[in-house]
Design a binder for this molecule. Structure first.
Ligand SMILES: N[C@@H](CCC(=O)N[C@@H](CS)C(=O)NCC(=O)O)C(=O)O
Length: 213
């Protein structure tokens, strides 16, 4: 068995953050497929009892530890590997600030927006319009930040950047608008992140693509 196991599925940008981190640090890891779409596995009492009471992926297993929330998993892996880790109190706090902002307002909106457009039983124009409005606001904030420096915290990539790319490599058609084209600094940033040794696309890194229902 590999050193780390990751409960995940290919369409989850939240899980991708952790899968990507594991690959970037060269960890010995294996995915455990969660059938989110067909059987609703993460909503079952079994999953919530045995894997994650919050009913979410990703879940990172390391020995007796089971961690959820991608920001927690990233923090754990950075501390253990010494890679992509913020240095010193100021940088750690700044990193946490971007992790929270990303989880709540960047990928926190991109995920549901893409879900409604591609995977929900029916389209919901009002909900989509609301989320798109929020995204126009937050993506512009991220773009402005990344126009100032190559990475969110400055000259070197950290877990804040790995979190931020959660949904950014999924196909343009899944969003209906071109994030990299609309926000040039985000576009350049995704290319820089893609050049890191160990980078792989979410559909290559995690099981469940293409989606069969
Ligand atoms: N903030 C969490 C978000 C996790 C999350 O929402 N995961 C989705 C899959 S992309 C999920 O499992 N959702 C199940 C649900 O909300 O019922 C993280 O970063 O890990």
């Amino acid at each position: 068995m590999a050193e780390y196991q990751l409960y995940c599925f290919a369409q989850s940008g939240n899980a991708y953050r952790v899968a990507l981190m594991l690959n970037l640090i060269g960890a010995d890891w294996q995915p455990i497929f969660v059938d989110f779409f067909k059987s609703g596995e993460s909503r079952t009492p079994k999953f919530r009892t045995e894997v994650n009471e919050m009913g979410e992926v990703p879940v990172l297993v390391h020995g007796a530890r089971k961690l959820s929330q991608s920001a927690v998993c990233l923090t754990y892996l950075a501390a253990r590997s010494g890679k992509y880790e913020p240095q010193g109190e100021d940088e750690r706090l700044e990193c946490l600030r971007w992790l929270v902002f990303d989880n709540q307002k960047v990928n926190g909106f991109l995920g549901p927006y893409r879900f409604l457009r591609n995977f929900a039983p029916a389209r919901d124009p009002a909900a989509e319009a609301f989320l798109k409005g929020r995204l126009d606001n937050t993506l512009a904030i991220v773009d402005k930040r990344l126009a100032k420096a190559p990475y969110l915290l400055g000259d070197r990539p950290t877990i804040a950047d790995i979190s931020m790319v959660g949904y950014l490599y999924y196909p343009v058609e899944e969003f209906g608008f071109d994030i990299a084209g609309t926000y040039p600094a985000i576009g350049a940033f995704t290319q820089r992140m893609k050049a890191l040794p160990g980078w792989r696309h979410p559909y290559e890194l995690m099981p469940g693509y293409p989606l069969v229902r």
